[in-house]
Design a protein. Structure first.
Length: 176
């Protein structure tokens, strides 16, 4: 069982720019249309956990729903799933460790943890087992930071690095 972060950041550690936009992620030309290993990663997980803000961003992309796995949305304010997503999106709330235990008991053992606040909350509760962080060589100078404050250091071990398009680097870390 693992809770895994898979995310792209700017060179200075931001996951969205000062306007909460993600357009900068597409600034690097990708003539081969590579997904940089995302499909393989998605095959390895059982479900996703994200916050309401991330769900709204994904719905705002204006593309076909990108996930074939169930998406569990952390929200204390949503009372129903957006129309048309009732069989794909499920609302959860409560203590993160209880939510993870409940999902694990239902067979969702490898969880993709996505979204800035959600990732920070999972890290604060020491619930992240692995991080796959793809760095885009862009300095944003501010925006939504991937990491927040922690009560104590969390140690990870670097296990691999892959380079794509001669400029993007995907690093994989596991808990030490």
């Amino acid at each position: 069982m693992a809770n895994i972060v898979y995310i792209g950041t700017s060179l200075d550690g931001y996951i969205a720019d000062k306007n909460n936009d993600l357009d900068w992620l597409h600034d690097v030309p990708n003539p081969e249309g590579s997904d940089f290993g995302f499909a393989e990663f998605m095959d390895s997980i059982d479900g996703l956990v994200m916050g309401r803000n991330t769900l709204e961003i994904v719905l705002g992309f204006g593309v076909e729903w990108p996930y074939s796995k169930p998406v569990f949305v952390l929200s204390n304010t949503l009372t129903e799933v957006p129309k048309g997503y009732e069989d794909r999106v499920f609302l959860v709330k409560g203590k993160l460790s209880d939510i993870v235990s409940e999902l694990n008991s239902k067979g969702y053992n490898n969880l993709y943890i996505d979204g800035g606040k959600t990732i920070q909350s999972f890290l604060a509760e020491d619930l992240i087992d692995e991080m796959i962080i793809t760095t885009i060589p862009t300095l944003l100078g501010g925006g939504v930071s991937l990491f927040g404050e922690l009560d104590k250091p969390l140690k990870f071990k670097h296990v691999s690095a892959e380079r794509y398009l001669d400029c993007i680097v995907k690093n994989r870390y596991v808990r030490a």
